[in-house]
Design a protein around this ligand. Structure first.
Ligand SMILES: NC(=O)c1ccc[n+]([C@@H]2O[C@H](COP(=O)([O-])OP(=O)(O)OC[C@H]3O[C@@H](n4cnc5c(N)ncnc54)[C@H](O)[C@@H]3O)[C@@H](O)[C@H]2O)c1
Length: 338
């Protein structure tokens, strides 16, 4: 296995980059793929790649996952152990503006990854799902045992589809797959379309912040290092055929086939206004706020259960929002010379 790659898709993105950096530091051989699309500032993606390219054990290929023939051609001779599929068209709100991008990257792109996993006979496919799959569900805390049949936007629908598609390959080809539902990830090198990034930028520039749902959202904000630790733990735990699964009472979080679903979150519910308060204190500046109603497609409250990953994989998130926000602001100021 020594000369086989861990393939990370979306490696120039926030989570893919952070995972790659951790694996590279552990001397793993990492093959990264990204199409460097312009959904947000491409310079930020290039800056992340510049850091990864300093490692001799890193190889980068610029490939669009929707292009099946290029994907096959470029990976033809590459030996791959596991795939960490982090590439996707992310973002809830943008799925109302550009739904086709979600079908292309999240459905066609995901299908191409499943086919690749099948032909390369990889050991484990680990892929990013999202807390948004819980949709209209209000059965708090969100547990993997809940069925996810009521998405409230297309982004969530594509992620639920990914979980179903993965199950069909686990069943047909005995492909071990683990889907990870991330809950609002934040931290250094984060995404410019996310709340913390926009709030920090606007407070420093003294411009207004749009606070939807009048700031009453609650989220299970999860610090990036806690996410990467969780992904690593899941990566090491390859799902097996499981005879304990009861087809008469089907638990959607696992299967008789090699298939698992995990939440990764901080397990701490934080109101958006509190998140903003902590940020204002760290910046020692006050935000100018425009209060607005709930946006279409937005889930007002999110709280996760992490019992499964805690009990099965001994996962313990460590970073609270005070520390996490402070680290983000320090990174933001140094990256943008503020
Ligand atoms: N960040 C969060 O809070 C969060 C929460 C829930 C789920 N997720 C999921 O986690 C994954 C990673 O999210 P992120 O925050 O790092 O997003 P990101 O946008 O920073 O990273 C995604 C990367 O994938 C690349 N990409 C997109 N489509 C591609 C394609 N067709 N071919 C090749 N590359 C492509 C993009 O260029 C980008 O660099 C995504 O699947 C996302 O939906 C993220």
């Amino acid at each position: 296995m020594k000369n086989k790659f861990d393939l990370i898709t979306g490696v120039a993105g926030f989570i893919g980059f952070s995972l790659a950096l951790k694996l590279l530091k552990k001397k793993k051989l990492v093959l990264g793929i990204d199409n460097l699309n312009p959904y947000y500032d491409v310079n930020l993606k290039k800056a992340r790649l510049k850091i990864l390219k300093k490692y001799k054990n890193f190889t980068f290929l610029k490939i669009d996952l929707t292009n099946d023939s290029i994907l096959k051609k470029k990976l033809n001779k590459k030996r791959i152990k596991s795939i960490y599929h982090m590439a996707a068209q992310a973002g809830v709100r943008y799925s109302l503006e550009a739904p086709r991008e979600y079908i292309k990257s999240n459905i066609i792109g995901f299908f191409n990854i499943l086919e690749l996993s099948k032909t390369k006979k990889i050991k484990h496919l680990i892929y990013a799902s999202s807390s948004s799959v819980y949709g209209a569900n209000k059965n708090f805390p969100f547990d993997e045992k809940n069925s996810c049949t009521h998405p409230i936007q297309l982004y969530a629908a594509t992620k639920i589809s990914n979980e179903s598609m993965a199950h069909s390959y686990s069943s047909l080809y005995n492909l071990p797959t683990s889907g990870i539902r991330f809950f609002t990830v934040y931290g250094p090198w984060g995404r410019p379309d996310q709340a913390l990034f926009i709030f920090t930028k606007n407070i420093l520039n003294k411009t207004k912040i749009n606070l939807f749902n009048y700031g009453n959202h609650t989220r299970d904000f999860t610090y990036i290092d806690d996410i990467v630790n969780g992904i690593e733990k899941i990566g090491k735990s390859i799902p097996k055929v499981n005879k304990k699964w009861n087809p008469k009472k089907p638990n959607p979080s696992f299967s008789k086939y090699p298939y698992q679903i995990y939440n990764i979150a901080s397990n701490r519910k934080v109101k958006l206004t509190k998140y903003l308060d902590i940020l204002e204190k760290k910046l020692n500046m006050k935000a100018k706020i425009k209060y607005l109603p709930l946006q279409k497609g937005d889930v007002p409250d999110v709280r996760s259960s992490i019992k499964k990953i805690k009990n099965q994989l001994n996962y313990n998130p460590k970073i609270n929002v005070e520390i996490g926000i402070s680290r983000f602001v320090d990174w933001y100021k140094s990256y943008y010379n503020k």
